[in-house]
Design a protein around this ligand. Structure first.
Ligand code: NAD
Length: 399
C-alpha cells in the first residue's frame, strides 16, 4: 500500500499571514507541522496553541535533526538572514515573497542552496492555484491562438492617511521602503504568473520613480501628525518585457494611484481577461470574435464579480483544484518534490528571475539602457487538470 511519509516542518515568523499558512499546513497529508518560532515569543506561543504544535526558538528549529524543511514567514527585511540560517543548518527552505530585498542577496542564497544541494522555494505561489493553472492550460491548448502579449496594471494608494500608519505591521509601512515597495510586493505576483504562462524573459526596459519622496503624516489623530518622513524606494515602476518565447509584456506598478488592477493576455485569435494574481482563482473571461454564450444556461449573470454575458465573451470553467486561499501550496509541492525526487514547481530560479526582472526595470530606468537578463528560468511544470474536492485535490501535487 502506498503511504505518504510526511515531511516534518516548522514555521519561522508568526505574524499576520502565518495563520492561513499554518491552517493549510495542517491539512496537507505530506506536511507534518511540528513547531513555530518568532522573535516575539508570545506570537509563537499563540500560534502553537492554535495549531497544536510546539512553540520553539529559531535555534531550536534549526538544530532539530527531525525537521527537514522550514517556512520563512518573517517580514521582507529578515528574509535574507533567516533563509540563510535555514539553509546553513542543512534544511530545505521556502520563503514568503520576495526572496530578499535585493537581487544580489537573492543570488547569494540561490548559490548557497545549490552548494548545499537543498530545495529553496519562494512565494508567491498563487500561480499554482486553480484559476492560474486553468489559464495556463487554455493558453497552452491554443484558446487564444498564438500568444502575442501580456499586459498588467496594479495600482493602490499607500499614503500616510490613517491614524495608525507605521504604528502596526498590519498597516503596511513597508511598501514605502527598499525591497518592500509595491514593485517587490504585489509586482511579484504578476511576474511569477507571467513567467508561469510564458516562460523566462530575455530583456527588460523600464522607467520608475518616486513622485514624492518627502511626505508628511496627514491624519490629525496620528501621534506624528505633520511630521515629515522620507520615502526611499521607487513607488511607481513601468516596464516592458521581451519573453524568450516571443511574447511581449507591459507592466505598470504604482502605490501612488487609486486602487485598480488588470491582467490580460492577448493572442492571434482571442484575448483572455484574468484576475488579480494575489488570488488563487477568479473569473477567466475569453474575448473571442464569434464566441457564443448560451444565455439560458449561463449562471455567471449578476454574480459578485459583476459578470454579464455579452456577445464575444465567454466565461471559461476552472479545470484545476486549489481555487481557495491555498497559501503554502509551494511548500506542499516542495515536500512532494523531496519525497518523489523531482524539481519543485516554485524552484528558486523562478523567484530569482522575478527579482532580476524588477532589478532590470530599475537598472534600465537608471542607465537609460535596455537590461539583458543574466538568469534563466524553467517554466514550472503544470499541475494535472481535474478538480477534486477537499483534501483529495492534494493528489495533483504527488507527481
Ligand atoms: N500580510 C499579508 O497579507 C501578506 C500576504 C501575502 C504575503 N505576505 C508576506 O508574508 C511575509 C510576512 O508577512 P506578515 O504580514 O505576516 O508580516 P508580520 O510583520 O505580520 O509578521 C512577520 C513576523 O516575523 C517575525 N520576525 C521577524 N524577524 C524574525 C526573525 N529573525 N526570527 C523570527 N521571527 C521574526 C516578526 O516578529 C513578525 O511576527 C512577508 O514576506 C509578506 O510579504 C503577507
Amino acid at each position: 500500500m502506498a503511504q505518504i511519509k510526511p515531511v516534518k516542518a516548522a514555521v519561522i515568523g508568526c505574524g499576520t499571514i502565518s495563520h492561513i499558512y499554518m491552517s493549510n499546513f495542517k491539512k496537507f497529508a505530506v506536511i507534518d507541522l511540528v513547531g513555530c518560532s518568532d522573535i516575539i515569543p508570545e506570537r509563537a506561543q499563540k500560534r502553537a496553541e492554535e495549531f497544536g504544535v510546539s512553540a520553539m526558538t529559531n535555534q531550536e528549529i534549526l538544530s532539530n535533526p527531525e525537521i527537514e524543511m522550514v517556512m520563512n514567514l518573517t517580514f521582507p527585511e529578515a528574509h535574507y538572514e533567516v533563509s540563510r540560517r535555514i539553509l546553513e543548518a542543512g534544511k530545505h527552505c521556502c520563503v514568503e515573497k520576495m526572496m530578499t530585498v535585493n537581487f544580489g542577496e537573492a543570488l547569494e542564497l540561490t548559490e548557497l542552496a545549490k552548494k548545499k544541494n537543498l530545495l529553496y522555494c519562494a512565494a508567491p505561489d498563487t500561480f499554482l492555484g486553480g484559476g492560474w493553472q486553468s489559464a495556463r492550460k487554455y493558453i497552452d491548448d491554443g484558446f487564444i491562438g498564438k500568444p502575442i502579449g501580456v499586459a498588467a496594471v496594479i495600482s493602490c494608494s499607500y499614503q500616510p492617511d490613517t491614524d495608525t500608519f507605521d504604528l502596526d505591521p498590519d498597516h503596511f509601512f513597508f511598501p514605502l521602503h527598499p525591497g518592500g515597495g509595491l514593485p517587490f510586493d504585489l509586482g511579484g505576483y504578476y511576474l511569477h504568473n507571467m513567467i508561469n504562462l510564458f516562460g523566462p524573459v530575455n530583456r527588460v526596459s523600464g522607467f520608475g520613480g518616486n513622485i514624492d519622496p518627502d511626505r508628511m503624516y496627514r491624519n490629525p489623530s496620528h501621534p506624528r501628525y505633520k511630521e515629515p518622513f522620507q520615502v526611499d524606494t521607487p513607488t511607481t515602476l513601468s516596464g516592458t518585457l521581451e519573453f524568450k518565447s516571443g511574447v511581449y509584456g507591459v507592466i505598470l506598478i504604482t502605490s501612488d494611484a487609486s486602487v485598480y488592477d488588470s491582467f490580460s493576455v492577448h493572442g492571434s485569435e482571442a484575448s483572455l481577461h484574468l484576475f488579480h494574481p494575489n488570488w488563487f482563482s477568479g473569473p477567466l473571461i475569453l474575448h473571442r470574435s464569434g464566441a457564443v454564450v448560451d444565455e439560458e444556461r449561463d449562471t455567471g449573470k449578476n454574480t459578485a464579480e459583476g459578470y454579464r454575458p455579452i456577445p464575444d465573451q465567454v466565461r471559461l470553467p476552472i479545470l484545476h483544484g486549489y481555487g481557495e486561499n491555498s497559501r503554502g501550496l509551494a511548500m506542499a509541492d516542495m515536500a512532494y518534490a523531496l519525497r518523489n525526487n523531482r524539481r519543485p514547481r516554485a524552484h528558486f530560479d523562478l523567484g530569482l528571475h522575478a527579482m532580476e526582472i524588477i532589478h532590470g526595470m530599475l537598472e534600465s530606468g537608471r542607465t537609460g539602457k535596455v537590461y539583458r537578463m543574466a538568469t534563466g528560468c524553467e517554466r514550472p511544470k503544470p499541475l494535472r487538470a481535474g478538480v477534486k474536492t477537499g483534501n483529495a485535490q492534494e493528489a495533483a501535487l504527488d507527481d
